[in-house]
Design a protein around this ligand. Structure first.
Ligand SMILES: COc1ccc(C[C@H]2SC(=O)NC2=O)c(OC)c1
Ligand SMILES: [Zn+2]
Length: 260
């Protein structure tokens, strides 16, 4: 199969041909229906804690289907649904060609213009991301919805202001100013939904504990335009837009909420 993507010939509906787990029982994303979530006090008794550090010269790259920042510093999370300490490996985004679509998770069937994923691996149990990526308790991903506001998101601005420098596939730059990814989190990280799921792109490993925050972060239309100006390939190639997998059935899984 030609490489997977989001087009008509290689998009999410075709992935199962090369990645049979696409038809698995713990696939992501899902539609989040808050009334179907079970409020679990165990999640609040053991609050989710984030201990992110400033990343000097953070590497920002265009791998062709998103934009990604690779993390070297020791930024870790624990608590909430997690056992052990999970270390931040990378973050990236998914966005639409228009504001009406773009997120992977949906909320009562509603899509947001974009969704930010902060990917962590279980550093207590595994010695590297590569070892953790296909283990059932290997990864924890923060899902943060983006919504449009008239003000730009200051934390994202350090990235959206330089996206033109990684416009083409395989371009990468280092962010000059040190960057602490904590600036990307919503104010209230105590309200989230969590469930057992998967990577949302091939190889679709069922290795992710998802933590999707209720509070979106707010970005400007100009910042969305900057994401939509990124290209899938070299100069003249198609823009990176609609790089999202539509929701999969929750099936027998329990969606838990950290709040009432
Ligand atoms: C081989 O390992 C991989 C492959 C792909 C992704 C990226 C996926 S997973 C997610 O949440 N969103 C995405 O686009 C990954 O991320 C941990 C790890
Ligand atoms: Zn993602």
């Amino acid at each position: 199969m030609a490489t997977w993507g989001y087009g008509n010939d290689n998009g999410p509906a075709t992935w199962v041909k090369s990645f049979p787990v696409a038809a698995g029982t713990r696939q992501s994303p899902i539609d989040i229906v808050p009334t179907a979530a079970k409020c679990d006090t165990k999640l609040t008794e053991n609050p989710l804690t984030v201990n992110y550090s400033p990343e000097p010269a953070m590497e920002l790259c265009n791998p062709g289907l998103s934009v990604k920042a690779n993390i070297k510093s020791k930024s870790v999370i624990k608590g909430g649904p997690l056992e052990g300490e999970y270390k931040l490996e990378q973050f990236h985004l998914h966005w639409g060609s228009a504001d009406k679509q773009g997120s992977e998770h949906t909320l009562n069937g509603k899509m947001f213009p974009a969704e930010l994923h902060l990917v962590h691996y279980n550093a207590t149990k595994y010695s590297s991301f590569g070892e953790a990526v296909d283990k059932p308790d290997g990864l924890a991903v923060f899902g943060i919805f983006l919504k449009i506001s008239d003000k730009p998101h200051q934390g994202l601005k350090s990235l959206t202001d330089v996206l033109s420098e990684v416009q083409y596939k395989d371009k990468s730059i280092n962010i000059k100013q040190e960057y602490n990814p904590v600036c990307l989190l919503p104010d209230n990280i105590n309200k989230y939904w969590t469930y057992l799921g998967s990577l949302t792109t091939p190889p679709l490993c069922e290795s992710v504990t998802w933590i999707v925050f209720e509070e979106p972060i707010e970005v400007s239309e100009d910042q969305m335009k900057a994401f939509r100006a990124l290209c899938c390939g070299e100069c003249g190639s198609a823009p990176i837009v609609d790089n999202y997998r539509p929701p999969l059935p929750l099936g027998n899984r329990q969606l838990r909420a950290s709040f009432q």
